[in-house]
Design a protein around this ligand. Sequence first.
Ligand SMILES: Cc1cc2nc3c(=O)[nH]c(=O)nc-3n(C[C@H](O)[C@H](O)[C@H](O)COP(=O)(O)OP(=O)(O)OC[C@H]3O[C@@H](n4cnc5c(N)ncnc54)[C@H](O)[C@@H]3O)c2cc1C
Length: 396
Amino acid sequence: MLLTLNSPEAESYRRQIRDWLNKSVPEPWLNRSQEMLSSDEELDLKRNWGYSLYEAGYAGLTWPTVFGGQGLGPIEEFIFYEESAKAGAPESLDTLGKYLAGPAIMQYGTDGQKVRFLPPILAGREIWCEGYSEPDGGSDLASASTTALRGRDEDDYLVNGRKIWTSWGHIADRCYLLAKTSRELPHHHNLSVFLFNMRQPNVEVRRIRQITGDATFNEVTFENALATRDELLGVENGGWSLVGLTGPYRRIRFALNGLRQYGQLYALIEQLSNCTRESHLESIANSFQDRLETFRWHLMRLVELQANDREWYGPAAILRLTFSELAQEVTEVGLTAQCTEHDDYWRDRFLHCRSETIAGGTSEIQRNVIATSVLKMPRFGQVVRSPTLDSKSSGE
Ligand SMILES: Cc1cc2nc3c(=O)[nH]c(=O)nc-3n(C[C@H](O)[C@H](O)[C@H](O)COP(=O)(O)OP(=O)(O)OC[C@H]3O[C@@H](n4cnc5c(N)ncnc54)[C@H](O)[C@@H]3O)c2cc1C
């Protein structure tokens, strides 16, 4: 692993990535602000980009070599995403496989599951979605009501219920599915995760059209759908620890989010700088550049905290909040830039960024995390004792 971002080794790695990106990012993707692509064309480009990354050895940068990855660290990954943002590269479609399901399988899966699922994830041949949110709530995952139940002597589970806002559910082969496997056990102890097969008749996927006009997320209904024993990840009713905050896979996922967010901000602010014709907008664009640089420093700090196994969850929530609010501000200014050439681009980005303060945990939830993990404030309902009371109650 490279230890510092500015070492000669890091610079040489950066040059290698830049050279490859310069010759590999597809032209139609780079020109999409002039010629808007249809959703299907975008989908194809992103899918093919996943294949290109794999063939060039850039898929699974932080996956251990024993699973076919590159065995590199978060700093190399940071460099890769920074250069990808500068080169305007697409996001590949398989991030939920590579950064959620894959690492969880490496940590909790059986040998059979590792052999079956990891190679197609890495090669971008199987697309994954995340089945957490339900119509009655997405923030409180422990109250999931979709069930996966089996009879006393049966091995397989029957899945019934509904998930919603499932990104890429309509093209997914597999779902990292959270479901209730016990009617008797209490909250948090009654959930399991399945490496669920989406390609079966008892799963209905209904696309939901978004404010942008795209339909990238879905409502998924399960009616006696089958989940086999081999698809259960970890132990039955032990699913909460697989969606919670522990484990290296979660760390990797948060790092990736920060890196992708940086890439999006970089692209938005670059575009704004190109669009500003009026001087007052130019100074606003410059101030966004300054804030982007602050974001980059926070992100590097997060990556280093993670590389050194230090507490990182609070800083990740701060980063997430900063990103979503800054992205919304930039697109609001972009809309007023009166750059006719890029009107469609700004309208699309403005509408797209509305979801950034909701997806993957709302801003309110991020603020709760910051309050408890960074500011060490008590949770609602938690009794806070004064030192005097504490010493009395302990009999001192
Ligand atoms: C673009 C996009 C893609 C998504 N992709 C997926 C996906 O692939 N898979 C998936 O499972 N889900 C996905 N989601 C769903 C997303 O995770 C949820 O929308 C999010 O977690 C919030 O859940 P909710 O919408 O049910 O709102 P709720 O949880 O019902 O919350 C409603 C409101 O109450 C507030 N609130 C709730 N609890 C608290 C609390 N404890 N303290 C303070 N305020 C609170 C929330 O902030 C929000 O304002 C996606 C969402 C979007 C927008």
